[in-house]
Every structure is written in structure tokens, then in C-alpha cells.
Design a protein around this ligand. Structure first.
Ligand SMILES: [Fe+2]
Ligand SMILES: [Fe+2]
Length: 175
């Protein structure tokens, strides 16, 4: 006698994944930031293709700019100096990364002072996304594997998280 099983749908899709506890590991924290902005750039791309409202595009672009600014700042203040300490004279990667941050900051400043009605606005967001993508690949494929075994990733992760929280709180207070 054949038995038929009706697949019961689980409600997994409706369970929202909230990640309350921040990743204490420095590299995990930075990778999570990278993944978050990558998603936001993809969202922006959709809005640009759909020719979404200026206000909607601007809100997302400014959110990306704010997140990138905080990320770059915590790397420059805390993570890169710790990497320099462990890499000693093999720190070319960090010099390049710092120069790349400066280029990204330049585009961020241009976006923050321009209007989404500007013809070049979408192009600037796109180029910023490409810059960041390249920069993130270098961090994740070259820098992180080199420093990973040498860093106190937990201690550093806590410092990064605390500084990130403080900078984000300051941004929230500014609105
Ligand atoms: Fe970086
Ligand atoms: Fe990064």
C-alpha cells in the first residue's frame, strides 16, 4: 500500500534571525561589516535600475556612506595599527589599504555633498561599490589570513565593537 507523505512546510522562513550578541572576533566583525555593505550596494543597484525616487536612493546612499565611514575609522584607529604591530616590516598591504580608504572617503564626501538628482550620483555610488569590493577582497584574501594567527582577535574584536557602537551612537545623536 503506497503511503504518501505530504511535505509539511516549516515556518523557518518566518523566523527572523536576530543576531543580538555581536561577534567578538575582530575578523568576524569586519567580515560582517563587509557583507552588510555589499548587500546595501546591491540594493542600491536595484533602486538605480528601477529609477527609484531621489529620496529613497539618497537615504540608502547616505546609510552606506555612514556605515563605510565608521568601518574605515575603526580599522584605521584600532585594527590596522594592531596589524602593523604583528606584520612589522611587511606592512605594504596596510599602506595600500590606507590609500584605498582615502580614495573611498573622497567619493563618500562627494556623495554627501551632492544631490541624487545629479546625473553622476548613481555612477558615484556604483564606483564606490566597486572600490570597496576590490578593497574588501584584498583585506579578506591577503591581509586577514596573514594576521589571523598573530592577533588577539577576541580582545581586538571587543575594542572594535565598542568603538563602532560609540561612533554609531554619535551619528544617531546627530540626526
Ligand atoms: Fe579597509
Ligand atoms: Fe574592511
Amino acid at each position: 500500500m503506497p503511503t504518501s507523505h505530504t511535505a509539511t512546510r516549516s515556518h523557518a522562513a518566518t523566523a527572523t534571525r536576530t543576531r543580538k550578541a555581536p561577534p567578538a572576533d575582530a575578523i568576524k566583525l569586519l567580515r560582517a561589516d563587509h557583507a552588510e555593505v555589499k548587500k546595501l550596494f546591491a540594493e542600491y543597484d536595484k533602486l538605480a535600475k528601477a529609477e527609484a525616487d531621489a529620496s529613497e536612493r539618497e537615504a540608502l546612499a547616505l546609510d552606506i556612506c555612514a556605515k563605510l565611514t565608521v568601518h574605515a575609522q575603526i580599522e584605521e584607529e584600532i585594527f590596522y595599527p594592531a596589524c602593523r604591530d604583528v606584520l612589522q616590516d611587511q606592512d605594504d598591504l596596510l599602506d595600500e589599504a590606507t590609500v584605498e580608504h582615502a580614495s573611498a572617503k573622497d567619493l563618500i564626501a562627494q556623495l554627501q555633498s551632492s544631490s541624487p538628482d545629479d546625473d553622476m550620483y548613481d555612477a558615484k555610488v556604483k564606483v564606490l561599490g566597486e572600490y570597496i569590493d576590490h578593497h574588501v577582497k584584498e583585506e579578506q584574501n591577503e591581509l586577514f589570513p596573514k594576521v589571523r594567527p598573530k592577533l588577539d582577535r577576541k580582545e581586538l574584536g571587543e575594542q572594535l565593537q565598542a568603538r563602532k557602537d560609540a561612533l554609531l551612537a554619535r551619528l544617531d545623536g546627530a540626526h
